[in-house]
Write a protein of this length. Structure first.
Length: 430
RNA sequence: CGGGGCGUAGCUCAGUCUGGUAGAGUACUUGCUUUGGGAGCAAGGUGUCGAAGGUUCGAAUCCUUUCGCCCCGACCA
């Protein structure tokens, strides 16, 4: 992609209507465009980032034998009446079709997935399995906040597992727990913790949230040296509050703010029971599966990265999440040698399958560098008169979770493409 | 839904109190000079002043209504 044709508006100077660092970066860098309150268009660069996060999630879900599906965004009210949530869920958006039928825009998919799963299941031999999707949700939240941190429409990865026994659910729950840490680490997030949480509208007994510890977070978390960590909602249920003491060891707990980007629940039989999902067990009796569910806010994960990882010049992605792996910058010279060379390197990288951006505009160097900081490709190749005279291409790095001090600061022209491919691999495997 | 704030050029904003030809910076287009961290000169285009009513000779400005947006609270798989 040539930068002049990239349909993304980057912005110099202040942005109006954004207060947190991440929200400002998202607007300044042109990653999101607000279409309405609580609804954002993901721009070409924003969508690239989201897509990369999604693919990390897919990769890790598939590793624990998750099976990707896609359910409808909208469904009729009957499934929601089966579980009683049609009238119980405050954020549920409802509308009537032209025939008068009641519809909901799904805020989560327990009902829909259980309806599918019960149509498939017959025997205990089919258990366990986990189904997941990455899809748009809508929740009619009372208030939105900080760009993609809290929206009404958002992309979520939601997974649902089905088991014969509580022991098997707990075994899988732990697998998913570990996969979540791998996902967030690969996204470049550093300060992630898991906390025990309340189960809210979801039902069930055991639940954990994955929180990015960050001062602009909207959740209050309690952390104890002994390892106990809980969300304020849960803590309140246990009689905590200000000056809470740890229920496990009795010592005072530390209070921090967090952005919730994922959560997992041991649901039990709430949905499988109320929706009459059964299978035939080994002893010939009809039994109800035990369920778990596993969510990640995909857009919110991008927003969390932006809150945690940016400098004054723009966001700092890592190689797995950056919209482009490489940006080639040709600095204008009098003899017109640099731009053809930049173009040549760009084409070779593109043919090698690299996500590469070319900036060969007839503008000043400073403007290109500042713009490059907003797009934040981890590898920046600079083609200039002074470098060409030495037969090299200058390399600069912008990456949030890799020590680049041991990497080359210039490539020889002849080996530039191979060296770049090599370096991309290094930045991918930490 | 309560409290506070804001809607004027693509963007950031002034002008509103005290009514009188629509503004600045930046961005954009063209030309010349520049060219390693958002250049200089010259010329050029840019608006339903969020919308609708009302008052007035005259409304961005005053009055009423309405729509949208931001922040705080309540709420929150």
């Amino acid at each position: 992609m040539r930068i002049e044709n990239l349909c993304v508006k980057r912005q110099i100077g202040d942005v109006a209507g954004a207060t947190t660092r991440g929200h400002k970066m998202a607007i300044k860098g042109g990653y999101i465009y607000q279409t309405f309150q609580g609804g954002y268009t993901l721009t070409p660069t924003g969508w690239r980032v989201v897509h990369k996060i999604e693919n990390i999630i897919r990769d890790e879900m598939d590793k624990i034998d998750g099976q990707e599906i896609l359910m409808p965004v909208v469904c009729t009210a009957d499934l929601w009446r089966e579980t009683g949530r049609y009238d119980a869920m405050a954020v549920l958006a409802k509308f009537k079709g032209s025939s008068g039928a009641d519809y909901v825009i799904c805020p989560t998919h327990e009902e829909v997935v259980t309806d599918y799963a019960r149509s498939v299941i017959g025997s205990y031999r089919q258990l366990p399995f986990m189904l997941y999707q990455i899809q748009t949700k809508f929740r009619d939240e009372l208030r939105v906040r900080a760009g993609l941190i809290r929206t009404r429409e958002f992309i979520m990865k939601d997974g649902y597992s089905f088991h014969e026994t509580q022991e098997d659910l707990e075994r899988y729950y732990k697998l998913c727990f570990d996969a979540y840490y791998r996902i967030f680490r690969r996204c470049g997030l550093k300060n992630i913790i898991d906390v025990m949480s309340s189960t809210g509208d979801m039902g069930g007994a055991v639940a954990h949230e994955f929180q990015l510890v960050n001062e602009m977070g909207e959740d209050t978390l309690y952390i104890c040296d002994c390892g106990f960590r809980a969300n304020k909602e849960l803590e309140d249920q246990q009689g905590g509050g200000e000056n809470a003491v740890c229920p496990k060891c009795g010592k005072p707990m530390q209070k921090v703010r967090g952005i919730e980007i994922g959560n997992i629940f041991q649901l039990g039989k709430k949905y499988s029971d109320s929706m009459h999902m059964t299978y035939t067990a080994a002893d010939g009796t009809e039994k109800t599966p035990i369920m778990g569910c596993y969510g990640i806010g995909v857009g919110r994960t991008m927003a969390a990265i932006l809150e945690e990882s940016a400098d004054d010049n723009g966001p700092i992605w890592n190689m797995e999440t950056a919209p482009f792996a490489v940006e080639v910058i040709g600095l204008v010279d009098k003899e017109n040698k640099t731009l053809p060379m930049a173009e040549k390197i760009y084409n070779e990288l593109k043919n090698a399958g690299v996500d590469v951006l070319l900036d060969s505009r007839d503008i000043r160097a400073g403007e290109k560098f500042a713009d490059a900081d907003l797009i934040a490709a981890p590898i920046r190749l600079i083609v200039s008169e002074k470098n060409l005279s030495r037969n090299v291409i200058e390399v600069k790095y912008r990456v949030n979770d890799f020590d680049t001090s041991s990497l080359q600061s210039e490539f020889k022209i002849e080996t530039c493409v191979a060296d770049t491919l090599n370096t991309i691999q290094k930045l991918l495997h930490k």
